[in-house]
Ligand binder design. Structure first.
Ligand SMILES: Cc1ncc(COP(=O)(O)O)c(C=O)c1O
Length: 371
């Protein structure tokens, strides 16, 4: 689905130099490289604070810990996402409250959020799925009205811009009280191992999150809070520093590939191309199509036989995952999510897709559906 090898070849010199510098300095943990990357990312996102951490899942967990959410507090999120979003809610013994997705953008439906709010609701976690920002203006209005926190799960949409009615533009992840991202290798800004970061414009929340990621420690060996050990290591920061300088160029390459796919599949009655939401730029973490009246399993086997990877993100909605079965929910409760889980598939999407490869992929898909 991604071609990290070819991408590395393009930036090898800069990356190797960065890694060698860290090894020469032996400042492997909390070294100056981490601070430099943090500052570069703050500048890129136009956000006051970036708190690097070990992965995107930790970023979500640390956010919820820093907000002081307590067992039994309800956290609203989408039923159509990667498990990590709900996992941390469950781990902290908070109550995940799921709501359905919008069939066009695949993102959380704000009307469904409003209907799910109770006296126990404390936070909303919109996920900017597949590279497009969720409807943040509506979500922030709901949050304000009901006095709720908003934690953006921005693991899939770093670099995406969101436009408000008054034409103010903000980067995904910097609109809510807290934004979280993952630097997993295949992410749009991925390192060569695990990594993550948390963003906020709130000084007090930033201070609290810096304490939580460092064992709840305020002064060395004095632990005022229960925290975690969640650090971005210096070698990963050196890689990310290089890749951040290419992020917008990478997004443009992904958009070009998406345009190619759109043209090939746009008019086909059996495929629905991903909708482009007017308020957000799309950074195409995934290129995800909805199939109509098509045997998806056979299509994927056909592509696999031709050495074309194709994936289903996500085959099982959260409320139907074995570990998350809950008497509050049953199949049929989230019809859009369930429909999407049964009908979507994603094609290779990365920065190194050549025209020849795009032709081969699109022709192979069309060959199967036009049989
Ligand atoms: C939407 C979403 N949330 C959270 C995560 C968790 O990130 P990580 O794998 O870095 O823990 C991911 C990435 O896999 C993701 O896609």
């Amino acid at each position: 689905m991604v071609d990290l090898k070819s991408q590395y070849q393009q930036i090898k010199k800069e990356v190797d130099l960065g890694i060698q510098d860290v090894i020469d300095s032996c400042a492997f943990i909390n070294g100056p490289t981490v601070k430099q990357f943090q500052e570069d990312l703050e500048k890129y996102l136009q956000v006051k604070h970036v708190i690097p951490c070990a992965n995107g899942t930790d970023a979500l967990q640390v956010s919820m810990m820093a907000l002081g959410l307590k067992p039994g507090d309800e956290v609203i999120t989408t039923s159509f996402t990667f498990i990590a979003t709900a996992e941390v809610i469950a781990l902290l013994k908070l109550t995940p409250v799921l709501v359905d997705a919008d069939p066009e953008t695949f993102n959380i439906d704000p009307k469904a959020i409003e209907r799910a709010i109770t006296s126990k609701t404390r936070a909303i976690v919109p996920v900017h799925l597949f590279g497009q920002t969720a409807p943040m203006e509506e979500i922030m209005e709901i949050a304000k009205k009901h006095n709720l926190y908003v934690i953006e799960d921005n693991c899939q949409a770093i670099g995406s811009d969101y436009s408000f009615k008054d034409e103010i533009r903000k980067k995904a992840g910097t609109i809510g009280h807290i934004g979280c991202t993952s630097f997993f290798p295949s992410k749009n800004l991925g390192c060569y191992g695990d990594g993550g970061a948390i963003f906020t414009n709130d000084d007090e929340l930033a201070r609290q999150m810096r304490v939580v990621v460092n064992h709840g420690m305020t002064i060395r060996y004095y632990h005022d809070y229960i925290g975690v050990n969640s650090r971005l290591d210096s070698i990963q920061a050196a890689i990310l520093k290089v890749k951040l300088s290419h992020l917008d160029e990478y997004a443009a390459k992904r958009r070009n590939a998406a345009d190619f796919y759109d043209k090939a599949f746009g008019n086909h009655p059996k495929l629905k191309i991903p909708a482009r939401y007017s308020k957000s730029t799309h950074v195409f973490h995934q290129y995800t199509l909805v199939t109509r009246d098509l045997d998806r399993k056979e299509l994927i086997s056909h592509l696999t036989a031709k050495e074309i990877p194709a994936m289903i993100y996500y085959p099982v909605p959260l409320h139907m995952q074995k570990a998350y079965l809950d008497p509050r929910y049953k199949p049929g409760d989230f019809p859009v999510t369930e429909y999407l889980s049964e009908s979507v598939f994603s094609l290779p999407m990365h920065t190194e897709l050549e025209t020849e490869q795009l032709i081969y992929i699109t022709e192979s898909v069309l060959e199967f559906i036009n049989r």
